[in-house]
Design a protein around this ligand. Structure first.
Ligand code: ADP
Ligand code: MG
Length: 719
C-alpha cells in the first residue's frame, strides 16, 4: 500500500463504501488520510466506575455482566440494557433503538465505554455510550481506537460514521508508517520545528495530546501555504525568464481614445489602465489580474491596452468563457474602435466573422482558414474568441497581448503555443491581462494569486441607479409575485435564483450553504430550480414565458436559453447561481434569490449585479425562511453595502476562505482552509519558498516537492 493506492484495495472497503467515499472526493489512500477530523473528543482518562458522577462525561473500562433487549411501555422504542463491572463497582447502560447491540456485545466481553451518567426516572445509567471491544483482558490500552485516548470526530456525511473511519484509517496509518516520504525538505522541517508528514498524519487522526493535534495542523497549514508559494513563485520566475515586446505608451493615442468615449473614466479605471500600460512598456511579460465588479468597466480598460498594442503594430487576442460573451466583446470592441480603423476577427465554434476597415467596418463572414491565415501572418490586429483560441491551430505572427475574461490563469506554455516563432532567437511571450468580476479579497489573492499583479477597479461609474434590495419574509411572498407580474407587464425580465437544481432527497442533501453546520434544523428545504420552474410556470404565472437554466444542461442548450433570454423570448429565467458570469441583459430588472441565507455575501452581490444595467430602476429580493438573527443581519449588510471588496472581506471573516472561487480548486482540506488568510504564515512560507527557488529553480534537489507542485499546477491551470 502507498499513498496513491486506490481505496478499493483496502480490505473492508467494498463497493458500497467506495461509492460513499467517492462522494466525499476520497479515491486514494492519500485522500483518505487527508480526510481530517473536524474535532476531537477526549476519552483519554479512564475512570473507576465507583467515581462516576451524574451528568458527567466519562470513559470506563469493564466486563459485561448481562445484556438484553426490552421494549419501552409505549412499545415504540427498544432498549438494550446492560450491566458493566470493573474492580470498583458496576453501572447500568442503556442504548436506545440499537437492538443489534445485544447480538454484537456478549456477556463476558471486555469493553471500553464513553458516555454520560444520566439520572433517569428509575435508575442512574450511562446512556447511549460509544463503545469499543477490547478483546481479552490484559491486551492493554494501546489497542484502543475509539476509547482511552483522544479520539477523532469526522464530519459525518454520506453515512460514514467516525467510528467506521477510525476503523479504516488506523490500520492504513500503521501500514504506511515507515513508507511515507515527506515532500517538505528535511532541513526546513528541522529549522521550522515542524512535525514530519507521517507523524503529523498520526497526530492529526490519533493525537497523543491536543497540543500535538495542533502541531499536526500547523504542519499541514505550513505545507499547503508553502506549496502554493512555491507554485506561484515558480510561475512568476518562469515568466520573468522570458522576454516580451516592450510597447511604448502612446499617450496621444490613449488621449484620443479616451476622448472618443461617451463618458468620463473613473479614477479607478485610469489608475488600472496606467498600471497596465506601464507594465507593457517593459520587455518582460506582464502577468496582471484586473479585478472589478460586474459593470465596473473593465472592458474599456482592456481596450486601452489593446489599442496601444495594436497601433504599435502588434496583435491582441481576447478569450471569453462562452460564445455569447465572445460575441458581446466583438460587438463592444467594434464600437469602441470604430474611429480607429482596426480590423478584427471573431472566432467561435461555428461562426467566424471579420470586420475590415477596407469594407467600411462592415461585418462579413469569413472562412476559418482565411481568419487563421490572417492571424498567422500578423495582418489581423485583433482576434476575439472562446476556448477555440487555444484549442484549434491558431497561431499569431505578432501577438503582444492576451486578454482573458473570467479565466484567471494561463501558463507560459499556453502563451507560447499561441505565438508563431516570433521574436527570432529569443522567443517572445505576449503580455497577459486577466479580468475577473469575482471579488477576491486581497488577503486571499496574495496567497492564491501570488503569481499575478493586481489592479482593482473598486468603484462603479457615477450615475448608476442603486438596485433596491429587500429581504422578503415568507408571508410577503405573494406581494413580491404581484410586483414581478407588474414589472413583466412593463416589459422587464426577471431572474429567479435557487440554491439547488433538483429537490433534495435526504436531509443531508439539504445541507450546505452558509450556516449549515450551526443552524440546519431551523430550515425549510432548499428551493430547487426544477420545482420552482414548475411552480412558477404552472401555478403562479401560467401566462408568462418561463424557462430554466442550470449547470447540468449541455453547453449548447445553455447558450440557446441565454440567447432566448437576451432576445426577450423568456420573461422569467429560473436558474442556479451559475448563470453566465458577465452576461449583459440590460432589460432584466428584477433579481429574486431563493434561500438567500445559503449564499455568501460576495456571491449575492455578484448575482445582484446581473440587474441594474440600464436606465430602468432595478430590484433584488432576497427570499429567506430563516429566522436566525445573524443570518438576517448578514443579508442586511448587503442592503447597506455596495462595495464588493468590502463584502468579500466580510464574507471571508464570517465564512472562511472555503467558498471563494479558487480556494476550493486547490483541494485544500477544510481543517486548514483558514490558514490561507494567516498573513504571518503566508509571508513566512513565501520567504522560504523564495530562498529555495533562488538556489534551485528547477527543484532538482527536491523531487517529491516538485512532484507535488506539478500536481497542483495541473489543477490550477486552465488545461
Ligand atoms: P465589466 O467590468 O463588468 O466588464 P463593462 O466593461 O461591460 O463592465 O462595462 C459596463 C458598462 O459600463 C458598459 O456599458 C460601459 O460602456 C459602461 N462604462 C464603462 N466605464 C464607464 C464610465 N467610466 N462611466 C460610465 N459608463 C461606463
Ligand atoms: Mg465584462
Amino acid at each position: 500500500m502507498n499513498l496513491s493506492t486506490s481505496v478499493s484495495e483496502i480490505p473492508r472497503i467494498g463497493p458500497v463504501y467506495q461509492r460513499k467515499l467517492k462522494r466525499l472526493g476520497i479515491k486514494t489512500v492519500r485522500d483518505l488520510l487527508f480526510h481530517f477530523p473536524h474535532r476531537y473528543e477526549d476519552f483519554s482518562n479512564i475512570k473507576d466506575i465507583s467515581s462516576l458522577k451524574i451528568n458527567e462525561d466519562c470513559c470506563i473500562k469493564g466486563t459485561i455482566k448481562e445484556i438484553s433487549n426490552a421494549r419501552t411501555w409505549k412499545k415504540r422504542m427498544i432498549l438494550t440494557k446492560a450491566i458493566v463491572q470493573d474492580q470498583t463497582g458496576a453501572a447500568e447502560i442503556i442504548w436506545f433503538n440499537q437492538p443489534y447491540l445485544a447480538k454484537t456485545i456478549k456477556k463476558g466481553d471486555l469493553l471500553a465505554l464513553a458516555g454520560r451518567m444520566t439520572l433517569g426516572k428509575k435508575s442512574v445509567y450511562i446512556s447511549n455510550p460509544a463503545y469499543e471491544k477490547l478483546g481479552l483482558a490484559g491486551s492493554g490500552q494501546d489497542t484502543m481506537t475509539h476509547m482511552g485516548r483522544i479520539v477523532p470526530v469526522y464530519p459525518e456525511t454520506e453515512g460514514l460514521s467516525s467510528r467506521w473511519l477510525r476503523f479504516i484509517i488506523k490500520p492504513a496509518l500503521i501500514n504506511l508508517k515507515n513508507s511515507i516520504s515527506d515532500p517538505l525538505p528535511k532541513r526546513l522541517i528541522e529549522k521550522e520545528k515542524l512535525l514530519t508528514l507521517s507523524e503529523s498524519l498520526w497526530q492529526a487522526h490519533f493525537p497523543d495530546s491536543l497540543e500535538l493535534a495542533k502541531k499536526a495542523k500547523e504542519r499541514f497549514s505550513f505545507e499547503e501555504l508553502f506549496n502554493i508559494a512555491v507554485l506561484t513563485l515558480r510561475m512568476r520566475f518562469r515568466i520573468a525568464g522570458h522576454k516580451a515586446p516592450a510597447i511604448p505608451l502612446n499617450l496621444g493615442l490613449i488621449q484620443e481614445f479616451v476622448g472618443s468615449l461617451s463618458y468620463k473614466l473613473t479614477d479607478a479605471q485610469r489608475k488600472s489602465a496606467w498600471n497596465i500600460l506601464k507594465d507593457m512598456e517593459k520587455p518582460r511579460p506582464m502577468n496582471r489580474l484586473l479585478e472589478g465588479d460586474v459593470g465596473s468597466g473593465k472592458t474599456v480598460v482592456a481596450a486601452m491596452a489593446a489599442i496601444n498594442a495594436i497601433k504599435a503594430g502588434y496583435q491582441t487576442a481576447i478569450m471569453a468563457p462562452t460564445e455569447i460573451l465572445a460575441k458581446q466583446h466583438f460587438k463592444t470592441f467594434s464600437e469602441l474602435f470604430s474611429d480607429f480603423k482596426t480590423d478584427m476577427g471573431l472566432l467561435t465554434g461555428k461562426e467566424d466573422k471579420l470586420i475590415s476597415k477596407k469594407l467600411k467596418n462592415d461585418v462579413v463572414e469569413i472562412s476559418r482558414e482565411r481568419l487563421l491565415e490572417k492571424a498567422k501572418s500578423g495582418e489581423l490586429p485583433l482576434l476575439i474568441g472562446t476556448h477555440t483560441l487555444i484549442q484549434s491551430k491558431v497561431k499569431f505572427g505578432k501577438l503582444a497581448l492576451v486578454i482573458l475574461d473570467e479565466q484567471h490563469r494561463f501558463g507560459v506554455e499556453q502563451r507560447a503555443r499561441l505565438c508563431q516563432g516570433y521574436g527570432g532567437q529569443t522567443k517572445l511571450l505576449p503580455h497577459l491581462l486577466s479580468m475577473t468580476a469575482t471579488p477576491i479579497p486581497r488577503t486571499l489573492a496574495l496567497t492564491l494569486y501570488g503569481d499575478l499583479d493586481l489592479s482593482l477597479i473598486d468603484s462603479l461609474p457615477k450615475g448608476r441607479k442603486k438596485i433596491m434590495t429587500k429581504v422578503v419574509e415568507p408571508k410577503k411572498r405573494n406581494d413580491a409575485y404581484r410586483f414581478i407580474k407588474e414589472k413583466v407587464n412593463e416589459g422587464r425580465q426577471v431572474f429567479v435564483i435557487c440554491p439547488r437544481i433538483e429537490p433534495a432527497k435526504t436531509p443531508e442533501e439539504n445541507l450546505g450553504g452558509q450556516d449549515s453546520k450551526k443552524d440546519v434544523f431551523g430550515w425549510a428545504e432548499a428551493k430547487s430550480v426544477k420545482d420552482e420552474h414548475e411552480k412558477l410556470s404552472k401555478k403562479i404565472f401560467p401566462d408568462l414565458k418561463i424557462d430554466m437554466l442550470h449547470g447540468k444542461m449541455k453547453p449548447k442548450e445553455k447558450e440557446k436559453i441565454m440567447r432566448n433570454f437576451k432576445n426577450k423570448k423568456i420573461d422569467i429565467l429560473v436558474s442556479t447561481s451559475v448563470i453566465e458570469v458577465g452576461i449583459d441583459i440590460p432589460n432584466a430588472a428584477v433579481m429574486i434569490i431563493e434561500g438567500a441565507e445559503r449564499f455568501g455575501l460576495a456571491q449575492l452581490h455578484q448575482l445582484r449585479g446581473r440587474v441594474g444595467r440600464s436606465k430602468y430602476q432595478s430590484y433584488c429580493f432576497l427570499f429567506t425562511d430563516s429566522k436566525n438573527k445573524k443570518t438576517i443581519q448578514r443579508l442586511q449588510a448587503l442592503i447597506k453595502s455596495e462595495n464588493s471588496f468590502e463584502l468579500a472581506e466580510k464574507d471571508l471573516k464570517i465564512r472562511g476562505p472555503g467558498d471563494f472561487t479558487g480556494a476550493r480548486q486547490w483541494g485544500i482540506p477544510d481543517l486548514i482552509m483558514d490558514s490561507l488568510t494567516n498573513m504571518p504564515l503566508v509571508q513566512k512560507t513565501k520567504e522560504v519558498a523564495k530562498e529555495i527557488l533562488e538556489k534551485d529553480p528547477g527543484l532538482k534537489n527536491y523531487p517529491s516537492l516538485l512532484k507535488r507542485v506539478e500536481e497542483l499546477e495541473k489543477i490550477v491551470h486552465l488545461e
